[in-house]
Design a protein around this ligand. Sequence first.
Ligand code: PLP
Length: 462
Amino acid sequence: MSQPHARLLNALIQEYRQAFPQSEAAHERATRVLVDGISHGARTHKPFPLRIRAAQGAYVTEVGGRHLLDYWQGHYANILGHNPPEVTQGLAAMLQEGYGLQTGLPEEREAEYAELLAQATGADQVRLTTSGTLATMYALMIARAHTGRKRVLKVGGGWHGANPLALKGVAHNDSGYDRIDSAGISSSADEEILVTRFNDVEALERAFARQGDQIAAFIFEPCPSIAGFIPASPAYMQAARRLTAQHGALLILDEVITGFRYCASGVQRLYGVQADMTTYGKVIGGGMPIAAVAGRADLLALISEGASPRVWFNGGTYSAHPLSVLGGLLMLRYLVEHEAQVYPALAAQGERLRRGIQEAMAAEGVAARCTGGGNAAVRGGSLSTVYFPLQEDLAPQGPEDLHDPSLCDVTLAERVLKVGLLLNGVNVVHGLGALSMAHTEADLERTWAAFGALAQRIRAGA
Ligand SMILES: Cc1ncc(COP(=O)(O)O)c(C=O)c1O
């Protein structure tokens, strides 16, 4: 870390401690019993995360009572903002009627929910589960069973949850994205999981030329979060579809983030591509835990009771939980019915937000850039990150460019922005995050002011 950044970060951390003493005390208590004080690695940062007691619309309320403008929005799930009445009123009414917790019997609305999801995404069949991690794991198990092959191809930096079949090349190291990330997974994982470079058609062609006859599936996020949601180029998406088909492998698109984020379907619709299987989560639950594997009937048939051999995608005490199904149904219905308003509004606001951040920082002499601007297939959307290129003409294509400290100032993007913006009342993740329909023009102005104020400190180095 450079000298001025270290000085600034130290100063910001001290101010942060003074500003949020209740959160610090709550964190100390939590760490006594919860490992690292949290239940998800992305919910903490140094010196301690803010603990929340309420959330509404674009804002969360910290235990000390301060309202913070939030761009994390439930791990990017809350496209209408926190606790939107479109969902909560229905859930409250359900509980009021004395129904809503798990029963263990098939739920009345489950088929309607699955019909809506299948219709909107072009899938033949759907199976519901509780998390994106499980959805990607099951999709890969189906692919391995269908093809009789073991190898899984993924992109460096790609995150499919802590699914042991794809837990390689998630974290960046000195040689890029090429290591097993977790202890405790099968020793064969290193050779079974192959990692290629996002948005690099030639690397993809080489991977299939080398081992195409052993690859069960190529799985990737169309706009990887680690890549600041830079979308796959149309050429990359087409190559993925063509090469998987040519080599008898399956194309699995992990749309846990992108599903219903860019349009009322998978973002693949905007590319004119249909994956063999797609995983959905986040937005499709309306803030409740639900996820799905959706895809070709002949593939999903492998999980059916009569299948032989059969993929045991078969558990889940809380799968298709009544409140989750209703929450998801209300959200999907809303998004399908309001598609023409929601997505253009988010895209336009996203564009303004990004431009305003860049301008606010440039006005103070800090060269910041925002990802999320889209390409020929995907118009700019509501997901972005902020990065600080060390070279004027850097045009990042994937995670390697954004996370290489010789190309971008990673400390500024990850650490200084996080603490510095919280002090200015704005919560970001990886420099920015997700806009929701609840963010107003006044919220954008507040954001620009917060970035501008922090840029002054960055320039001053203290
Ligand atoms: C692209 C992607 N796939 C899968 C997952 C895992 O989903 P979950 O956290 O619901 O298990 C995530 C979560 O962040 C994700 O971003």
